[in-house]
Ligand binder design. Structure first.
Ligand SMILES: CC(C)(COP(=O)(O)OP(=O)(O)OC[C@H]1O[C@@H](n2cnc3c(N)ncnc32)[C@H](O)[C@@H]1OP(=O)(O)O)[C@@H](O)C(=O)NCCC(=O)NCCS
Length: 184
């Protein structure tokens, strides 16, 4: 598959690359973002650079891609991430985060919509799933606005930095998602 590049009215999503090691730790490590993520620690720029370099060097050739780590940009500037991972057959898992300076403008909703169109349209996925913490109201709203349905509340199923946390599960089926004609 060629490099993924998704264009919306305000945001453009491009593939994560080694240069993103410069700014990404600042986003992940922002306290208002990190509190909602599952990562144990925030990688340093150097660690992330090494990870991305290693990943680029060892990317499997000729096999279907499973991970799409996309950077959300506005006017060329990176402001967040929106990832899609293909888990098992024709099922996808969605994740995202935005720098707080850009919150409240509906930009992640636009990015999520592009990724859902890509997942259902280009990848032909059957189902896309996302989880978040029950009290992450902004994230829940993003998923609801994208048309994802609440499927359940799981008690203490996620170990986050030594604490068991509940999670809420949302999903969308391909047949319930309207894909723009250009993506079909
Ligand atoms: C989740 C996140 C991407 C949302 O970004 P955002 O720019 O605020 O999102 P949007 O502007 O598209 O919309 C957020 C919606 O949530 C609502 N919202 C925000 N904070 C809220 C709160 N505390 N309680 C209730 N609703 C809230 C907003 O009013 C808006 O609702 P609307 O669509 O009806 O207008 C951002 O908060 C973030 O990066 N959080 C940290 C990382 C994260 O939580 N990732 C998901 C982990 S699973």
């Amino acid at each position: 598959m060629s490099t993924v590049h998704l264009t919306g009215p305000r945001v453009v999503l491009r593939e994560l690359n080694i240069d993103d090691a410069e700014w990404l730790p600042g986003l992940i490590g922002h306290p208002d973002v990190f509190r909602w993520l599952l990562d144990d620690v925030v990688p340093t720029k150097e660690q992330l650079h090494e990870i991305l370099q290693h990943r680029a060097a060892t990317a499997p050739d000729g096999q279907p891609r499973r991970k799409f780590e996309l950077v959300v940009t506005v006017d060329g500037a990176p402001i967040g991430f929106c990832d899609l991972e293909v888990v098992k057959r024709q099922r996808g898992e969605l994740g995202y985060g935005l720098h707080p300076a850009y919150w409240g403008r509906g930009l992640i909703g636009e990015a999520v919509r592009l990724v859902l169109d890509f997942g259902f349209g280009t990848l032909g996925l059957h189902r896309i799933h996302a989880t978040t913490r029950p009290d992450n109201m902004a994230s829940r709203r993003v998923l609801e606005r994208a048309g994802m349905r609440l499927e359940g509340h799981h008690r203490e199923d996620t170990l986050v930095r030594g604490e068991w946390e509940d999670s809420v599960h949302y999903a969308l089926l391909a047949r319930d998602h309207v894909i723009p004609a250009s993506e079909c």
